[in-house]
Design a binder for this molecule. Structure first.
Ligand code: ZN
Ligand code: MN
Length: 478
């Protein structure tokens, strides 16, 4: 019997605002000690009121627009009631039936080149809860409220994904999009992007939705892939043995790579949602909406397609160059400055500039080697002023010193030596200093030519015109 998986992902995305969603506490506490970014509002003290952070609505709206969702002119906050020690108010302020946006989708390119359209079922704003952990020394349970009130977007997909790989691809593209839009750092290790997966299986060809389980605590793309794979295998085994699937909540244990049953799942009724009486409705006026969306960047997939169409780049290049927005901006600025074959710029970027970025840990926007300098440099190679090796070392020097390639060529005398008499003098000297190799070459060991060319380059600090050096060597070794 052939089975197929039906997977939906529920993500919590931490928006990268300076302050929390309903108070002025610092939002990102990753490097701070526990309970240092808290106040009466986010710890639920009596007699205080929440005030909505405008930037949270703006970043949420940018994300919703990028997901092709329908932005609502009026939305509301609601209380989601449940008891847990990390939730000091006894409820989470969230959005329920009238959220900031409705609908939407994301197209996700698959390995075979096809697109999988993933629909968005839910997209709303909410606050984060705190976190608890065990104290290994005393055995007691400790609470850190720093994360209380950190702004989140919760986004839930339809059951549209069909394999662990598709789920992983969706998350990879979502992470790329979040960074591209500048709405979240989307660092899964730091909990900026958290994921739960709903998984069921059915016989291939069926359209029903069988009972699903929810996998919690899968916080890397590799963990998502592995956990879903394990759960699919378990469910298929159950069905094959004549059993059935219960709607469990499962927890992924990263250390043992296994799933453990946490609890039977709550239903929505358990949360007793009702309107948050302490907050006004959110009015996303026409003017405000326009101001927010005015600077909406071209999205990664659109830019990828345009790079292929407009610059004739292979898909491989277009994919790599649009991995990050700053890199794709850099490429495009350099192409305009160069005004030659875009593929040449792409090659230099993929081979050399990206290596510098990987080593330096910067983004393309931070490079002292500006797109204009890169264009200058490629032109210096095109015009024969420097050879490729010199140009490669120049890249590093430009980036270290911030000086223009032309200035460095002049200051350091790096221009390629094409002057025949200068090269001839060096060739003659090398032949005189290497009688054994010269004799061997003349006796038929022509493979030594490479060695001779290398000697010339070494003596001339790599600046010799290589074809000219070779021609002279051939002439004088005859
Ligand atoms: Zn606070
Ligand atoms: Mn949530």
């Amino acid at each position: 019997m052939e089975y197929e998986a039906v997977i939906g992902l529920e993500t919590h995305i931490q928006l990268n605002t300076q302050t929390k969603i309903f108070c002025t506490c610092k939002a990102d506490s990753w490097f701070d000690p526990p309970n240092t970014n808290i106040c009466p509002v986010c710890t639920g003290m009596p007699g205080v009121l929440p005030v909505l952070n405008k930037r949270v609505v703006e970043k949420g709206a940018v994300l919703a627009q990028a997901m092709h969702a329908d932005l609502k002119p009026v939305s509301f906050f609601d209380r989601k009631n449940y008891f847990y020690p990390d939730l000091p108010k006894g409820y989470q302020i969230s959005q329920y039936d009238q959220s900031l946006a409705k609908g939407g989708y994301m197209d996700v390119p698959q390995a075979d080149g096809s697109l999988r359209r993933v629909t968005i079922w839910k997209l709303h704003l909410e606050e984060d809860a705190g976190k608890t952990k065990n104290d290994p020394f005393t055995g007691s349970r400790l609470i850190d409220f720093n994360r209380c009130g950190v702004p989140l977007v919760e986004m839930v997909t339809g059951p549209d994904l069909r394999s662990p790989d598709e789920a992983a691809n969706y998350l990879t593209r979502l992470r790329q999009l979040l960074r591209w839009l500048g709405v979240s750092e989307a660092d899964m290790e730091k909990g900026h992007l958290r994921c739960d997966a709903n998984v069921s299986v059915r016989r291939k060809g069926e359209t029903i939705l069988n009972t699903k389980t929810e996998i919690k605590n899968v916080n890397s793309i590799e963990a998502v892939r592995a956990a879903i794979q394990k759960e699919i295998e378990r469910q298929v085994r159950e069905y094959e043995n004549g059993g059935s699937i219960q709607s469990w909540t499962l927890e992924w244990d990263e250390d043992t790579q296994t799933l453990k049953k946490m609890r039977s799942k709550e239903t929505e009724a358990d949360y007793r949602y009702f309107r948050e009486p302490d907050l006004l409705p959110v009015y996303l006026t026409e003017d405000w909406r326009e101001a927010i969306l005015r600077d909406m960047p071209e999205l990664p997939l659109a830019r990828r397609a345009r790079f292929m169409a407009e610059y004739g780049l292979p898909e491989y290049d277009a994919e790599l160059l649009t991995a990050e927005k700053s890199l794709s901006d850099y490429f495009e600025t350099a192409v305009r400055a160069y005004a030659g074959d875009p593929k040449r710029v792409s090659n230099w970027l993929m081979n050399d500039v990206m290596r510098m970025l990987n080593e330096g840990g910067n983004t393309a926007a931070d490079l002292a080697l500006t797109p204009a300098y890169l264009a200058d440099l490629i032109r210096l190679v095109d015009s024969g002023t420097v050879n490729t090796n010199t140009a490669k070392s120049l890249l590093e020097k430009v980036n270290r010193t911030g000086k223009s390639p032309a200035q460095l060529v002049q200051e350091e005398g790096l221009a390629k030596v094409s002057d025949e008499s200068a090269i001839r003098a060096v060739v003659e000297q090398i032949l005189a200093e290497s009688p054994a190799e010269t004799a061997a070459y003349r006796a038929g060991k022509v493979g030594l030519m490479g060695w001779f060319v290398g000697q010339v380059m070494k003596k001339m600090q790599g600046k010799a015109d290589a074809p000219k050096a070779r021609a002279l060597l051939e002439e004088l070794l005859k």
